[in-house]
Design a protein around this ligand. Sequence first.
Ligand SMILES: Nc1ncnc2c1ncn2[C@@H]1O[C@H](COP(=O)(O)OP(=O)(O)OP(=O)(O)O)[C@@H](O)[C@H]1O
Length: 431
Amino acid sequence: MGYYIAPRFLNKLAVHITKNFLNLPGVRVPLILGIHGHKGEGKTFQCELVFDLMGVEAVHISGGELESPDAGDPARLIRLRYREAADLIRTRGKMAILMINDLDAGAGRFDQATQYTVNTQLVNGTLMNIADNPTNVQLPGSYDDKPLPRVPIIVTGNDLTTLYAPLVRDGRMEKFYWEPNREDKIGIVGGIFEPDELSKSDVETLVDTFLEQSIDFYGALRSRIYDEQILGFIESVGFARVGKQVVNSAEKPPSFKKPDFSLSHLIEQGKLIVNEQRRLQELRLAAAYNIGASNSQPNSSQDSAPAPTTQYERGNGSTRRNAEVDPPRQTSNGHNYSKPQATTIDSEVVQQVQTLLAQGYRIGVEYVDQRRFRTGSWQSATVIQAQDKSEAIATLESCLADHENEYVRVFGIQPGDRQRVMETIIQRPSR
Ligand SMILES: Nc1ncnc2c1ncn2[C@@H]1O[C@H](COP(=O)(O)OP(=O)(O)OP(=O)(O)O)[C@@H](O)[C@H]1O
């Protein structure tokens, strides 16, 4: 496969790395480069391509390593890996960097309801400390007074605003928002399909047909084209024997003839993948399961109304409607629901809010525009702290007004483990 690196990406990374190895008089160079943007757009992959091209040694940490049951472990790991990279520079005389993938997944705070753990605080603090003193990074229990070479740090993430704000300030972290434009996509997709001899115009048509899709989609599409042949192979060997044939087999590995990489076939298969994405977005089975789970909460308040068990869809335009909501109802213990006030919000949503508040949940609100809806890149609008239903509904109404013509969803945030329940899309843009 002919890998293509978008020139903007290459330039940004090459300058950041090189600048950190130069001694520019009177210039304070940020140690960290934060590459952020939507998922699957090739942030990590292209970093690796740049490291290969430039002969840079990369020492990795992934976001998943930044939590641990033992407080302090991840911060120690960062210092350890930083010193490993410094050692590579010293002993091999090569450029080396520390690469932290998906930093926000490990050290971010996704909404006001998620708390910093001791580890996330320490990780943010450690990175700040290293950015301020890159030549003096010590491990607990020992002190090395020999200054270290400076090791540039590259972090990737979807939303770096979830990190501790002083860490991302300009002196410490240079930011690079990566969103490939049409030209970048044509170059990258051309590289992905290079072995399949797709013409330039076919690549352009493919990109234009699925312009909203991330780079990841095209890799998945290429892999999917092989599915028909693989199924043919499984059927020829037999479903029961295929395991023996492909794992530790003495026989020659199967070979496949070149599948149909015609443009029309690619578009047809691409549409199937898009349909699957759409179903995933719209079905939201997890939300339905959560609703079921929250219904069976043993300690749910007696005053709370039964939670709706299914999601509902809007008709045309928006889910919101002008409604004088439900009349007061009486619970089994004789308590009245207070009569809801007139609101522009659908009565089911009002009831959902009431249920969540009664069960002690906080209410998260997220929004996303039409384009990002397809990639599932929801952003936090607010977490409603109000205990009082009218106040909560008023906040929700103002959120809906702020995000008119965008998707808006609400969900309950369980106290303690902060799990989401009853996630429901309450507004959809009118097209
Ligand atoms: N330049 C490229 N050439 C070929 N394939 C690429 C290129 N860039 C990305 N890809 C494909 O896209 C996939 C996703 O890329 P990558 O994991 O780097 O995305 P990301 O932006 O880091 O995503 P996330 O934010 O979810 O971690 C890769 O596994 C690869 O298949």
